[in-house]
Design a protein around this ligand. Structure first.
Ligand code: NAP
Length: 295
């Protein structure tokens, strides 16, 4: 669909903070980029940087074989797809609007209705990171459609990951990663609040916390294997050891006047799993608090 001399045209619908960054990345990579936004004035910036303005979604879609949708939600996506209508025929839609697998399925259905194919996309980045070598973008959907447009999509980030043709796999990974993100961030912020009571600033603490996050990669794969096998031998540390340490965190947090909700929750989860007979198993047994065992 493209080569270095003639990068393929692309259309970007939705020029909010993220959509504008996407359009700019395509422009920077030399693609003829057609843009549309509900509030037309938001196309002024990309147009000044070389983008072609479309007056309607249908006009934008007609201008390129690859159509990127970046809107605030899937109600907006539905409206824009319906507005584009039959102009979508033969197009490949990449929907990077955050959502669920059900949203992705609805987009795939709408695309098929108009004779288009759809890829689900998830941007693991803020707008300032779009286009960087280290930026990851997840994709799922029909593989031939992804491979055909992979060279164009490379403009968005140097680490594209194709997850397979299952509908909504990119969105599923996206929400799953949010669980990791927010759990990690809440832990960091509780820790920062705890240290602040001793006059230690978060910026002083951050490098130490970073060491822990860095070391987690080493045992994640081992723990993942235990999850998949449904067997949790305590190869390094038993749940009862974690439980004792959780008591220290709760005690210290209460003494220092912090909201104890997070350590109380962590302690309660570990206690519940230990009470089911997993005290001597690894921490991985906590998976059974969240889901039924696999084995
Ligand atoms: P944003 O700045 O609020 O932009 C939202 C866009 O949606 C605007 O272009 C807006 O058009 C358009 N829109 C809303 N309702 C519409 C409708 N009914 N019809 C047509 N257009 C409509 O949001 P954003 O930060 O760009 O985020 C866009 C998507 O990217 C979201 O799903 C977000 O979760 C995802 N994302 C964002 C980030 C990030 O860091 N910003 C990171 C990863 C993923 P108007 O200008 O006319 O209002």
């Amino acid at each position: 669909m493209t080569n270095d001399d003639h990068p393929a045209p692309v259309a970007v619908l939705g020029l909010g903070l993220m959509g504008t960054a996407l359009a700019d990345a395509f422009l920077a990579a030399g693609h003829r980029t057609t843009v549309w936004n509900r509030t037309a004035a938001r196309a002024d910036g990309p147009a000044a940087r070389g983008a072609h303005r479309a007056a309607t979604p249908a006009e934008a879609v007609a201008a390129a074989p690859l159509v990127v949708l970046c809107l605030s939600d899937h109600r907006a996506v539905r409206e824009v797809l319906d507005a584009a209508g039959d102009a979508l025929t033969g197009r490949v839609i990449v929907d990077v609007t955050s959502g669920t697998t059900a949203d992705a399925a609805a987009v795939a259905e709408a695309a098929a209705r108009y004779g288009a194919q759809s890829l689900d996309g998830a941007l693991l980045a803020t707008p300032d990171a779009i286009g960087l070598d280290e930026t990851t973008v997840l994709y799922s959907g029909p593989e031939a459609a992804f491979r055909a447009h992979e060279p164009t999509l490379a403009a968005l980030g140097g680490c594209p990951v194709y997850l397979g043709d299952g509908t909504g796999l990119a969105s599923l990974h996206d929400v799953a990663l949010l669980a990791v993100l927010w759990s990690g961030l809440n832990g960091f912020l509780h820790a920062a609040a705890l240290l602040r009571t001793a006059g230690i600033g978060a910026t002083d603490f951050a490098p130490t916390a970073e060491l822990l996050f860095g070391s987690m990669g080493a045992f994640l794969n081992r723990y993942a294997r235990q999850v998949d096998e449904g067997d949790y031998p305590a190869e390094d540390s038993a749940l009862r050891t974690h439980l004792a340490a959780a008591g220290h965190l709760l005690d210290e947090s209460e003494r220092r006047g912090l909201n104890p909700a997070l350590p109380r929750h962590l302690t309660a989860v570990m206690e519940a799993v230990a009470a089911r007979g997993h005290a001597a198993d690894s921490y991985v047994a906590v998976i059974e608090h969240f889901a039924k065992p696999t084995a």
